[in-house]
Ligand binder design. Structure first.
Ligand code: CA
Length: 228
Protein backbone atom coordinates (compact mmCIF):
# COMPACT_ATOMS: atom_id res chain seq x y z
CA UNK A 1 0.00 0.00 0.00
CA UNK A 2 1.42 3.32 -1.03
CA UNK A 3 0.39 6.57 0.65
CA UNK A 4 1.02 10.23 -0.06
CA UNK A 5 1.33 12.60 2.89
CA UNK A 6 0.76 16.30 2.21
CA UNK A 7 1.63 18.16 5.40
CA UNK A 8 3.73 21.32 5.62
CA UNK A 9 4.68 20.94 9.27
CA UNK A 10 7.97 19.14 8.73
CA UNK A 11 8.18 17.52 12.15
CA UNK A 12 4.65 16.18 11.97
CA UNK A 13 5.25 14.97 8.42
CA UNK A 14 8.46 13.17 9.42
CA UNK A 15 6.71 11.56 12.40
CA UNK A 16 3.78 10.42 10.22
CA UNK A 17 6.14 8.99 7.61
CA UNK A 18 8.05 7.06 10.26
CA UNK A 19 4.89 5.64 11.83
CA UNK A 20 3.40 4.62 8.51
CA UNK A 21 6.62 3.05 7.24
CA UNK A 22 6.90 1.18 10.51
CA UNK A 23 3.42 -0.16 9.74
CA UNK A 24 4.55 -1.40 6.34
CA UNK A 25 3.13 1.36 4.19
CA UNK A 26 5.23 2.85 1.47
CA UNK A 27 5.14 6.64 1.85
CA UNK A 28 5.97 9.77 -0.15
CA UNK A 29 5.84 13.18 1.52
CA UNK A 30 5.07 16.55 -0.07
CA UNK A 31 4.93 19.89 1.70
CA UNK A 32 2.61 22.10 -0.30
CA UNK A 33 -0.72 21.87 -2.08
CA UNK A 34 0.60 22.13 -5.62
CA UNK A 35 2.95 19.16 -5.13
CA UNK A 36 0.12 17.32 -3.41
CA UNK A 37 -2.04 17.73 -6.50
CA UNK A 38 0.73 16.79 -8.94
CA UNK A 39 1.76 13.68 -7.00
CA UNK A 40 -1.78 12.51 -6.19
CA UNK A 41 -2.84 13.00 -9.81
CA UNK A 42 -0.14 10.52 -10.90
CA UNK A 43 -2.54 7.75 -9.87
CA UNK A 44 0.34 6.06 -8.09
CA UNK A 45 -1.16 6.08 -4.59
CA UNK A 46 -3.58 3.89 -2.68
CA UNK A 47 -4.45 6.76 -0.37
CA UNK A 48 -3.68 10.41 0.41
CA UNK A 49 -3.38 12.07 3.82
CA UNK A 50 -4.07 15.69 3.08
CA UNK A 51 -3.66 18.63 5.44
CA UNK A 52 -6.17 21.43 4.79
CA UNK A 53 -3.89 24.36 5.63
CA UNK A 54 -1.12 24.06 3.05
CA UNK A 55 0.99 26.68 1.25
CA UNK A 56 0.49 27.36 -2.49
CA UNK A 57 -2.84 25.56 -2.63
CA UNK A 58 -5.09 24.51 0.24
CA UNK A 59 -6.13 20.93 0.82
CA UNK A 60 -9.79 21.41 -0.08
CA UNK A 61 -8.87 22.94 -3.43
CA UNK A 62 -6.45 20.04 -4.09
CA UNK A 63 -9.23 17.60 -3.32
CA UNK A 64 -11.79 19.45 -5.44
CA UNK A 65 -9.40 19.45 -8.39
CA UNK A 66 -8.60 15.74 -7.99
CA UNK A 67 -12.29 14.81 -7.98
CA UNK A 68 -12.93 17.14 -10.92
CA UNK A 69 -10.30 15.20 -12.87
CA UNK A 70 -12.04 11.95 -11.96
CA UNK A 71 -9.28 10.75 -9.63
CA UNK A 72 -11.04 8.95 -6.82
CA UNK A 73 -8.08 7.98 -4.65
CA UNK A 74 -9.16 7.73 -0.98
CA UNK A 75 -8.41 10.96 0.87
CA UNK A 76 -8.14 11.49 4.63
CA UNK A 77 -8.17 15.18 5.55
CA UNK A 78 -6.23 16.58 8.47
CA UNK A 79 -7.92 19.59 10.03
CA UNK A 80 -7.27 21.96 12.88
CA UNK A 81 -9.81 21.92 15.69
CA UNK A 82 -11.27 25.25 14.67
CA UNK A 83 -11.80 24.34 11.01
CA UNK A 84 -15.39 23.13 11.33
CA UNK A 85 -16.44 24.87 8.12
CA UNK A 86 -13.41 23.49 6.23
CA UNK A 87 -14.21 20.03 7.45
CA UNK A 88 -17.73 20.20 6.04
CA UNK A 89 -16.49 21.70 2.78
CA UNK A 90 -13.87 18.94 2.65
CA UNK A 91 -16.37 16.13 3.06
CA UNK A 92 -18.60 17.79 0.48
CA UNK A 93 -15.62 18.02 -1.86
CA UNK A 94 -15.19 14.25 -1.72
CA UNK A 95 -12.98 13.45 1.25
CA UNK A 96 -13.43 9.95 2.66
CA UNK A 97 -12.79 10.92 6.23
CA UNK A 98 -11.11 13.55 8.38
CA UNK A 99 -9.01 13.62 11.49
CA UNK A 100 -8.68 16.59 13.84
CA UNK A 101 -5.23 17.63 15.03
CA UNK A 102 -3.73 16.70 17.38
CA UNK A 103 -4.57 13.05 16.88
CA UNK A 104 -3.54 9.76 18.32
CA UNK A 105 -1.40 7.67 15.96
CA UNK A 106 -3.45 4.57 16.75
CA UNK A 107 -6.52 6.41 15.57
CA UNK A 108 -4.78 7.57 12.41
CA UNK A 109 -3.82 4.00 11.54
CA UNK A 110 -7.35 2.77 12.25
CA UNK A 111 -8.84 5.51 10.05
CA UNK A 112 -6.45 4.65 7.21
CA UNK A 113 -7.30 0.96 7.43
CA UNK A 114 -11.02 1.75 7.53
CA UNK A 115 -10.68 4.09 4.55
CA UNK A 116 -8.87 1.41 2.54
CA UNK A 117 -11.41 -1.23 3.47
CA UNK A 118 -14.30 0.96 2.40
CA UNK A 119 -12.77 2.06 -0.85
CA UNK A 120 -11.06 -1.01 -2.21
CA UNK A 121 -13.57 -3.44 -3.65
CA UNK A 122 -11.80 -6.34 -2.07
CA UNK A 123 -8.39 -6.41 -0.47
CA UNK A 124 -7.90 -9.91 0.82
CA UNK A 125 -5.75 -10.33 3.90
CA UNK A 126 -3.98 -13.09 2.07
CA UNK A 127 -2.78 -13.15 -1.52
CA UNK A 128 -2.53 -16.46 -3.36
CA UNK A 129 -0.71 -17.54 -6.46
CA UNK A 130 0.34 -21.07 -7.37
CA UNK A 131 1.11 -22.79 -4.09
CA UNK A 132 2.30 -19.63 -2.33
CA UNK A 133 0.39 -17.48 0.15
CA UNK A 134 1.33 -14.02 1.27
CA UNK A 135 -0.20 -12.73 4.49
CA UNK A 136 -0.63 -8.95 4.48
CA UNK A 137 -0.91 -8.71 8.27
CA UNK A 138 2.09 -10.77 9.30
CA UNK A 139 4.19 -10.37 6.09
CA UNK A 140 4.50 -14.13 6.13
CA UNK A 141 5.23 -15.99 2.92
CA UNK A 142 4.21 -19.62 3.02
CA UNK A 143 3.86 -22.60 0.74
CA UNK A 144 0.63 -24.54 0.95
CA UNK A 145 1.12 -27.48 3.26
CA UNK A 146 4.78 -26.52 3.72
CA UNK A 147 7.01 -24.14 5.53
CA UNK A 148 6.93 -20.36 5.79
CA UNK A 149 9.11 -17.35 6.47
CA UNK A 150 8.56 -13.72 7.36
CA UNK A 151 9.59 -11.27 4.66
CA UNK A 152 11.33 -7.96 5.20
CA UNK A 153 9.23 -4.88 4.55
CA UNK A 154 10.61 -4.19 1.06
CA UNK A 155 10.59 -7.84 -0.02
CA UNK A 156 6.98 -7.98 1.11
CA UNK A 157 5.99 -4.88 -0.85
CA UNK A 158 7.68 -6.14 -4.00
CA UNK A 159 6.04 -9.54 -3.82
CA UNK A 160 2.69 -7.95 -2.93
CA UNK A 161 2.95 -5.79 -6.04
CA UNK A 162 3.60 -8.82 -8.24
CA UNK A 163 0.99 -11.03 -6.56
CA UNK A 164 -1.81 -8.45 -6.70
CA UNK A 165 -1.77 -8.88 -10.45
CA UNK A 166 0.31 -11.89 -11.43
CA UNK A 167 -0.31 -11.39 -15.16
CA UNK A 168 1.25 -7.94 -15.13
CA UNK A 169 4.91 -7.25 -15.71
CA UNK A 170 6.24 -4.88 -13.05
CA UNK A 171 9.05 -2.64 -14.28
CA UNK A 172 12.13 -1.77 -12.26
CA UNK A 173 10.91 1.84 -12.23
CA UNK A 174 7.54 0.77 -10.79
CA UNK A 175 9.31 -1.12 -8.02
CA UNK A 176 11.47 1.91 -7.33
CA UNK A 177 8.57 4.35 -7.12
CA UNK A 178 6.23 1.98 -5.27
CA UNK A 179 8.64 0.51 -2.74
CA UNK A 180 11.38 3.12 -2.36
CA UNK A 181 9.48 6.30 -3.24
CA UNK A 182 10.27 8.95 -5.84
CA UNK A 183 12.66 10.85 -3.64
CA UNK A 184 14.68 7.88 -2.60
CA UNK A 185 18.40 7.98 -3.12
CA UNK A 186 18.52 4.21 -3.59
CA UNK A 187 20.22 3.04 -6.78
CA UNK A 188 18.11 1.18 -9.28
CA UNK A 189 20.31 -1.94 -8.89
CA UNK A 190 18.75 -2.44 -5.47
CA UNK A 191 15.65 -3.88 -7.18
CA UNK A 192 17.69 -6.71 -8.66
CA UNK A 193 19.24 -7.42 -5.25
CA UNK A 194 15.80 -7.74 -3.63
CA UNK A 195 14.49 -9.84 -6.52
CA UNK A 196 17.35 -12.27 -5.96
CA UNK A 197 16.56 -12.42 -2.20
CA UNK A 198 12.95 -13.21 -3.04
CA UNK A 199 13.95 -15.88 -5.57
CA UNK A 200 16.11 -17.61 -2.95
CA UNK A 201 13.28 -17.56 -0.42
CA UNK A 202 10.74 -18.90 -2.93
CA UNK A 203 13.12 -21.70 -3.91
CA UNK A 204 13.98 -22.54 -0.29
CA UNK A 205 10.28 -22.83 0.59
CA UNK A 206 9.62 -25.14 -2.35
CA UNK A 207 7.33 -22.72 -4.17
CA UNK A 208 6.05 -23.75 -7.58
CA UNK A 209 6.16 -20.07 -8.50
CA UNK A 210 9.18 -18.23 -9.82
CA UNK A 211 10.06 -14.65 -10.66
CA UNK A 212 10.68 -14.31 -14.37
CA UNK A 213 12.76 -11.47 -15.73
CA UNK A 214 11.50 -9.96 -18.97
CA UNK A 215 14.62 -8.43 -20.40
CA UNK A 216 14.44 -4.66 -20.44
CA UNK A 217 10.79 -4.68 -19.34
CA UNK A 218 10.57 -5.91 -15.78
CA UNK A 219 9.56 -8.88 -13.68
CA UNK A 220 6.51 -11.06 -13.27
CA UNK A 221 5.47 -14.19 -11.45
CA UNK A 222 5.05 -17.46 -13.26
CA UNK A 223 4.04 -20.92 -12.19
CA UNK A 224 6.92 -23.26 -13.04
CA UNK A 225 6.06 -25.10 -16.27
CA UNK A 226 6.63 -28.68 -14.99
CA UNK A 227 4.20 -28.04 -12.14
CA UNK A 228 1.60 -26.00 -13.95
CA1 CA B 1 -0.60 22.84 7.70
Amino acid sequence: MKLLIAEDERELSAALCAILRHNNYSVDAVYDGQDALDYAASGDYDGVILDIMLPRRDGVSVLTELRKRGIDVPVLLLTAKSDVADRITGLDAGADDYLTKPFDTGELLARIRAMMRRRSQYVPGELKYGNIRLNRETLELSVEGGSSCRLGNREFQMLELMMSNPQRIVSTEQFMSHVWGYDSEAEIGVVWVYISHLRKKLAALGANVEIKAQRGVGYCLEIKPEQA
